[in-house]
Design a protein around this ligand. Structure first.
Ligand code: ATP
Ligand code: MG
Length: 566
């Protein structure tokens, strides 16, 4: 495997660039040896696997250097945020296995300090109230290669600005009537330095501060200052904020506050999906998926319901590593980690997806026996269960062929096959359903001396198939999930809406598969491998009566073939 030829940075003992920076800061005693990072979600949606990357990075790097990590809700926009997301975000971070202890903060708690900061800048002549409309402000900002123009309100006196800002705060103005802007440089080559907006008026109650405020700090004015208030040492954020850094540093300098150091890293992007909360929200609202926890979504809730484990997700994130340049990661890498993890822990079970009845002609009617079967081929600690076996069984339709091609090792007329954990059987006859032309029933004899583990029959079989005992079997629903989109980048083709690239086969339901008796009462979130079929997880819907299983991942990467074998 390529992995073993090119060991990852950690295995070689070298450090990623963020660790190098932190170690340098520790050596130089920059923050008195203190390390404090933060994860700053905006409570306007559920977390996705991209967020998981930021969570893993922030929590693990702090831990590695004896530091801590804050959880801070970046709740500065009352129009899009909702307390239900706060609860869900906390649950998801805990599910991943991280703990922020008592360090749960809210940017909205800093509104009073941020307001003081704004006053300080006004008093220094570094901020002004602008009555230009949003369109005028946009127009006057210019373009990257055309300098901006100064606003006619830019040179208001400090007294006038103080009075106007106070009026903004007290609700004297309507939304959009004016904003507070930093007074920096309208000719700066960096657009973010062209007098960015610091405060805007929003007459909408906030989920934490109610109607106390009608002016809200912009992300750019709140984020860096929140880091500074919490005395975050290393503020890790995604690359798109690189060009904001000079602005954050300008605020820190002008306000003379704690200088948190911002370091940018590449976002995690995956193919065959979309990650932005805005697009995920559309998929949910337009009914393309059943909700935020739909097992096809890259949300942590979706992945959890799909059967992905925190261990697999974290292992994937470690394998991907930390980069300084954006790239797109193949989702099969994530699926590979999921498979590796589930192979270790999933209980083995037998489920027949498309049942054909088999009658064992030489087995006594009414008799039944119990055959022991290991729950895991390698891990004895996972125990065994007993499989009922009797005269009537089910096998999968695809495991019987009347006229099979060469190399087919399953059941055929007059042929032998082994039933996993049970006996060898030989097909002696079959019936065809005249209407459908399909096989309706198979007659077989079993070889009593061929019992698994004590086979004295001397019969060599090439194939081993799964089966279930018919009378004791349980009807279950299977949800076979596949990738949500049928193209690698659903956003690449701008002439089509991304929803046009949804994979029409991303969910196939089998309402009436037959499962072995031990799957009758399942605990949601238990992981299974259905022999020869794939990894599955019990869905919470199982609590409604009939067991429901979601396919987490196939046993092999079937998409590699579709892509032309990678
Ligand atoms: P989205 O664009 O998906 O809506 P966001 O960046 O607006 O996400 P936030 O709640 O602001 O969502 O993100 C919280 C943190 O998670 C930020 O520090 C952000 O940089 C990080 N983050 C978001 N998406 C990714 C990603 N794909 N890869 C790595 N980190 C991410
Ligand atoms: Mg954001």
């Amino acid at each position: 495997m390529a992995d073993s030829d090119t060991p990852k940075a950690e295995e070689r003992g070298s450090k990623n660039f963020i660790e190098q920076i932190i170690e340098e800061d520790l050596r130089s005693g920059k923050y008195d040896g203190r390390i404090l990072t933060r994860f700053p979600p905006e409570p306007n949606g559920y977390l996705h696997i991209g967020h998981a990357k930021a969570i893993v990075l922030n929590f693990e790097i702090a831990k590695k250097y004896g530091g801590k990590t804050n959880l801070r809700f970046d709740d500065t926009n009352p129009l899009t945020e909702d307390p239900k997301y706060i609860q869900a975000i906390k649950e998801d971070i805990r599910w991943l296995g991280y703990d922020w202890e008592d360090r749960e903060y809210y940017a909205s708690d800093y509104f009073p300090i941020l307001y003081e900061y704004a006053l300080k800048l006004i008093k220094k002549g570094k901020a002004y109230v602008d009555h230009s409309s949003q369109e005028e402000i946009n127009r006057m900002r210019g373009t990257p290669d055309k300098p901006g123009e100064e606003s006619p309100y830019r040179n208001r006196s400090v007294e006038e600005n103080l009075a106007l800002f106070e009026q903004m705060r007290s609700g004297a103005f309507k939304e959009g009537e004016c904003v507070l802007r930093a007074k920096i440089d309208m000719r700066s080559p960096n657009m973010h330095m062209r007098d960015p907006v610091m405060y805007r008026i929003i007459h909408h109650p906030h989920h934490r501060t109610g109607t106390k405020w009608c002016i809200y700090p912009t992300y750019d004015f709140a984020h860096g200052q929140s880091d500074s208030i919490e005395r975050i040492t290393h503020s890790l954020c995604t690359l798109e904020f690189e060009h904001h850094r000079p602005l954050y540093n300008w605020f820190i300098r002008e306000l003379e506050i704690f200088p948190s150091r911002q370091i940018e890293f590449a976002r995690l992007n995956l193919n065959y999906t979309v990650m932005s909360k805005r697009l995920l929200l559309r998929l949910v609202n337009e009914g393309h998926v059943t909700g935020w926890d739909d097992p096809r979504l890259p949300t942590l809730r979706g992945m959890r319901r799909r059967g992905y484990t925190p261990e697999a997700i974290k292992s994937f994130i470690h394998k991907v590593g930390i980069a300084k340049r954006d790239n797109i990661i193949d989702i099969s890498l994530l699926e590979h980690e999921v498979r590796e993890d589930l192979d270790r822990r999933a209980l083995r079970r037998m489920v027949v997806f498309d049942p054909i009845e088999v009658e064992i002609v030489n087995y006594e009617e009414g008799k039944s026996e119990e055959l022991p079967a290991a729950n895991h081929p390698k891990d004895e600690s996972l125990g065994t269960r007993l499989l009922p076996f009797s005269k009537f069984l089910y096998i999968d339709r695809e495991d019987f062929m009347i006229d099979p091609p060469k190399g087919y090792h399953r059941l055929r007329p007059d042929g032998y096959v082994r039933l996993k954990h049970a006996y060898i059987i030989r097909c002696v006859d079959y019936e065809i359903n005249e209407q459908t032309g399909k096989v309706r029933k198979i007659y077989a004899e079993y070889i009593p001396e061929s019992k698994s583990g004590q086979d004295r029959s001397g019969i060599k079989t090439k194939g081993v198939i799964h089966w279930v005992d018919a009378p004791s079997s349980v009807e279950v629903e299977l949800r076979l999930y596949d990738r949500l989109f049928s193209v690698e980048d659903p956003l690449a083709d701008k002439s089509h809406d991304f929803t046009e690239f949804l994979n029409p086969d991303s969910l196939r339901v089998i309402p009436n598969a037959r499962a072995e008796l031990s799957l009758k009462d399942v605990e949601p979130e238990t992981h299974f491998q259905f022999l020869r079929k794939g990894f599955f997880v019990a869905d919470p819907d199982s609590d409604k009566g009939k067991p429901v299983f979601n396919r987490t991942v196939e046993l092999r990467d079937s998409w590699a073939k579709k892509r032309g074998g990678k």
